[in-house]
Design a protein around this ligand. Structure first.
Ligand code: ADP
Length: 373
C-alpha cells in the first residue's frame, strides 16, 4: 500500500511540428487506501495522468512519489503497480488459472504451489473458481473482466490503476460490477486511481473525485462536495445528471434579469457585488413547479422515471429541466410557473466561470479547491 503524491506533473506530446500539452502542472495526492476517481471529458488528460503514474509514459516535468519512494525515474515494472484496462487483453490460449497466475510466474520467485494458492484465493474472492480451467472465449464480458481484475489483484500491488475498466459491459452489469469493485477495493485496502469519463460512475465510486478539463485539474473533493460546491461553471455542468440549468442574467440591485422575462429577487447580494452580469445555475431537483412561482416556462416533454418525472421546459431559447413529483404530469405545450430557493442557487462569474455562490456556502469537510482556470 502507498500514498501517491503527484507534484507539478506536466506531460507534453511532440507529434511532428505540433506539441500537445496533455497534462499541465498537476498537483494531486491520493491517500493510502483511498479510491480516487479521475473524471473529465474525452481528451482531458485522464489516461495520460494514469499512464504517467504507471510508468508507461515519461513525465515532461514534475515528480511522482509512492509513499517515501520517488518513482519518477523508475520503469513501470519497478513501481509495484497493477493496471486494469477497458480492453481486458487476456491471453486467448491460456486458461483462466494461467491468465491470473502468469504475471506471478514471470515476475516473482513464488513456487508453483504458492502461485496456485494465490490464484485460487483470488478466484474465490471474485466468484470465478468454477471458471479456472476455462479459456477466455468461453466467458462472458463480465467474467472476462473479473479475470482481468484477478490478474491485477493476485500481484498484491502497492497501487491499482484502472482505466475505464467497466466501459465494455452493458449497463446493468456495469452497475453491479461498480459495487463489487468498490467492495473489493475496501476489503483489499489498496490505493486506487480509477479513470472514467462517466460522471455518474465517478460520483458513485470515488472516495474523492478529481475533475479535469483540457489537461488542467479543476477540483478535487468528495462527490457531494464537488456537486454542491463546484469551483467553476465547468465542474457544475460536468457533474450531475440531468445537468444543471444555466442561463445568463443581468444584475440590477437585488434583481437578476434573464432571457424570456426570467427574473429573480436576491435577499443576499453579497456574492454579486461588483458584477453586472452573472451565469445563474439551478439543479433540476431544486426547481419546483407551482402556481405561485415567479417565473414561467413552456413544457416541451415530460419523461416518467417511475419514482419521479423529468420535465423539460423552454424558457425562450433555453431548455430547462426539472425533476418533479411523479404525480405531477404537465402536458406538452402547457405554460407552467416555477420557483426555486435562493439557498439552491449557484452563481458564476460571466467571464471566468469562477463560482461566486454555490448551493451551500458552508464548505463541506474535505473539499479542496484546486486550480480553476
Ligand atoms: P483522456 O484519457 O482524458 O481521454 P488522454 O490522456 O488520452 O485523454 O489525452 C489527452 C490529450 O493528449 C489528447 O489531446 C490526446 O489527443 C493527446 N494524446 C494522448 N496520447 C497521445 C500520444 N501518444 N501522442 C500524441 N498525443 C497524445
Amino acid at each position: 500500500m502507498a500514498r501517491i503524491e503527484i507534484d507539478n506533473l506536466t506531460k507534453v506530446y511532440d507529434s511532428g511540428d505540433e506539441s500537445i500539452v496533455a497534462v499541465e502542472d498537476l498537483d494531486l495526492e491520493v491517500e493510502d487506501g483511498e479510491f480516487l476517481v479521475l473524471v473529465g471529458p474525452s481528451g482531458c488528460g485522464k489516461s495520460t495522468t494514469l499512464r504517467c503514474i504507471a510508468g508507461l509514459e515519461d513525465v515532461t516535468e514534475g515528480s511522482l512519489r509512492f509513499g517515501e519512494r520517488d518513482v519518477t525515474a523508475l520503469r513501470g515494472s519497478e513501481r509495484d503497480v497493477a493496471m486494469v484496462f477497458q480492453n481486458y487483453a487476456l491471453y486467448p490460449h491460456m486458461t483462466v488459472r494461467e491468465n491470473i497466475g502468469f504475471g506471478l510466474k514471470l515476475s516473482t520467485k513464488l513456487t508453483a504451489a504458492e502461485i496456485s494458492e494465490r490464484v485460487e484465493s483470488v478466484a474465490s474472492m471474485l466468484g470465478i473458481t468454477d471458471l479456472l480451467e476455462d479459456k477466455p472465449k468461453e466467458l462472458s464480458g463480465g467474467q472476462q473482466q473479473r479475470v482481468a481484475l484477478g490478474r491485477a489483484i493476485v500481484r498484491e500491488p502497492a497501487v491499482f490503476l484502472m482505466d475505464e475498466p467497466l466501459s465494455n459491459l452493458d449497463a446493468k452489469l456495469r452497475a453491479e460490477m461498480r459495487t463489487e469493485l468498490q467492495e473489493l477495493q475496501q476489503d483489499l485496502d489498496v490505493t486506487t486511481v480509477y479513470v472514467t469519463h462517466d460522471q455518474t460512475e465517478a460520483m458513485a465510486m470515488g472516495d474523492r473525485v478529481a475533475v479535469m478539463n483540457d489537461g488542467v485539474l479543476q477540483q478535487v473533493g468528495p462527490p457531494e462536495g464537488i456537486y454542491r460546491q463546484p469551483v467553476n461553471e465547468f465542474v457544475a455542468n460536468f457533474i450531475g445528471s440531468p445537468s444543471i440549468n444555466m442561463l445568463t442574467a443581468e444584475i440590477d440591485g437585488d434583481s437578476l434579469t434573464g432571457p424570456a422575462g426570467f427574473s429573480y429577487r436576491l435577499s443576499d447580494t453579497t456574492s454579486v457585488k461588483g458584477h453586472s452580469r452573472v451565469r445563474v445555475g439551478v439543479r433540476p431537483e431544486d426547481i419546483t413547479i407551482t402556481d405561485d412561482g415567479p417565473n414561467s416556462a413552456t413544457v416541451s416533454v415530460v419523461e416518467p422515471m417511475g419514482n419521479e418525472n423529468f420535465c423539460y421546459m423552454e424558457l425562450g431559447d433555453h431548455e430547462l429541466t426539472a425533476r418533479i413529483d411523479p404525480d405531477l404530469r404537465p402536458r406538452a405545450g402547457e405554460t407552467v410557473r416555477f420557483t426555486f430557493d435562493e439557498e439552491a442557487l449557484y452563481l458564476f462569474d460571466a467571464d471566468s466561470g469562477a463560482a461566486l455562490k454555490t448551493k451551500s456556502d458552508a464548505v463541506a469537510p474535505g473539499i479542496e479547491t484546486e486550480v480553476s482556470s
